[in-house]
Design a protein around this ligand. Sequence first.
Ligand code: BT5
Length: 335
Amino acid sequence: MPDRNGKIIDMVRRMAEDILNLLKKCDEYYSGAKISAELGITRAAVWKKIIALRKKGFVIEAVPSKGYRLVRSPDLSADYIKAAVRGGIWKDIIVYDTVASTNELAMAVAAREGAWVNTVIIADSQERGKGRLGRKWVSPPGKNIYMSILLRPELDTRDATMLTLLTAVACTQAIKKISGLPVSIKWPNDLVLSGKKLGGILTEIRADIDKVNLAVIGIGINVNAENEDFSEEIRPIATSIKEGAGKCSSRNELIAGILKQFERDYGILISQGKQSLLDEWKALSSTVGKNVKVAMGDETLIGLAEDIDDNGMLILKLRSGLRRKISSGDITLLR
Ligand code: BT5
């Protein structure tokens, strides 16, 4: 039996998203009568929703005989992001204040609740943000993006790396579109600006031998952080969109942009296979064609990053002329 209460709650939530989308479309006032006519609800219902949105931090001006105007949105808002990505693959978007790690939380809820697919978990700050191999991801509050995408992709286990490459492509495209900055991708999971780390991706999967059952894709992007927000250790290597662009960017817009781009690229991966995505990755990569040092645990290799193969592995041409395929490691670009 359909859950009537659930449907009603969903409709009420969508009403707020619809109002937001209308107000976002125009810089001028939108009259209550027009909103109520367009959405097929009473003016009293519009007013109630406006009050609810204000309580969530949206600054909405109301002027008699003119109508409503969206003055400002809260900097990190599930309502804003949901309204912006509506109609797509995203089932739910949840924003937390502070969590230990969005990846850990996503993994924990996925283990409990099969239904949390295509859900996005976002936090304003993380107490134990993680990078690869148990490294730490510095996650100060109020400034950056920390989010995890929870998917159950129809994907061969050998192709799991494609999720990291896809996410890197989606993030790079969205950041470029919104900020105009020349962001590039350093294999396998770094977003790079002016030689410094702007963001990183941590993909964690549960898989059988041949099939991915669950993927949690963690994205950390430094948006409005300034150098002093970083720990001393990473100050020399980290940067942010604000440092590059000289001004703050909206986290809501960036997240919505990333999710829309991700949806598009994910659709291409599932329907058309890997090739066009690999081509896009190569076009945005600052690794292919460069001389690099690759650190893999105790082993360090130097060579030319010739290409990536069909599974996203790096093909390194060593000085001896031999080629090695690398599945994971840390790369330094050499001059
Ligand atoms: C990564 O690891 O680059 C993956 C980072 C993924 C973070 C997201 S945030 C949301 C989600 N939830 C989580 O708990 N994690 C994910 P890796 O390639 O191992 O890089 C880690 C290294 O980057 C550290 O050892 C530092 O040197 C550096 N680093 C740490 N925090 C940074 C920051 N905020 N900006 C730039 N570099 C940082």
